[in-house]
Design a protein around this ligand. Structure first.
Ligand code: S3P
Length: 178
């Protein structure tokens, strides 16, 4: 029989991971999904598969607005899911309409990180178009500052991912939900 330590009781809700790029949403989402045998959706991956293009190329060919429309389409579908681990792009919850859909039937976890840690994680990664500037650390610092209140406002649970393994964060999330 499962006990409260080896299962994740979502009671048919979804677990939505939010936070800035490089805070570990995808790897932590995958880890939770593997640990507790639950389905996993990463909205950025779903968009790239459906468009057969990288996010970098979607921005380059069609612009950010087009990408945001694709995000909005996916968000509308998410409340139909149950017991699913969902990680979303760092900018997804900034849209009030997306936030509305993301809040339906879900527990929202904010993976909090620091500009320095995010920079360390993304220093050699050019797949995030908004961060490909001449001063990546300054851009991260500015965007994170602009977004922190929104991430905090919508989250049910806030957990720092700084200097932690994905497994440790996954277990801390499980503990805070049990
Ligand atoms: C974005 C974050 C990215 C991706 C796109 C825009 C943002 O997702 O959706 O590059 O606005 O912060 P990750 O948070 O998975 O990097």
């Amino acid at each position: 029989m499962k006990n409260k330590f080896n299962s994740l009781q979502l009671n048919n809700k979804n677990l939505v991971l939010i936070g800035f790029s490089g805070s570990g949403k995808t790897i932590i989402g995958k880890t939770i999904s593997e640990l507790y045998k639950l389905p996993f959706i990463d909205t950025d991956i779903s968009i790239q598969i459906s468009q057969n293009l990288s996010i970098h190329d979607i921005f380059r060919k069609f612009g950010e607005e087009h990408f945001r429309n694709l995000e909005a389409e996916i968000c509308k579908e998410l409340p139909k899911k149950q017991n699913t681990i969902i990680s979303i792009g760092g900018g997804t919850i900034l849209s009030p309409q997306n936030a509305y859909f993301l809040q339906q039937n879900s527990i929202i976890v904010y993976l909090k990180s620091s500009p320095e840690q995010i920079y360390k994680n993304l220093k050699y990664d050019d797949s995030r178009p908004l961060l490909n500037t001449s001063n990546k650390l300054a851009t991260i610092t500015k965007l994170l500052e602009e977004r922190t209140d929104i991430y905090e406002e919508y989250s049910d649970i806030c957990i720092s991912s700084v200097n932690k393994s994905p497994l440790l964060v996954a277990l801390q999330i499980q503990k805070s939900i049990s």
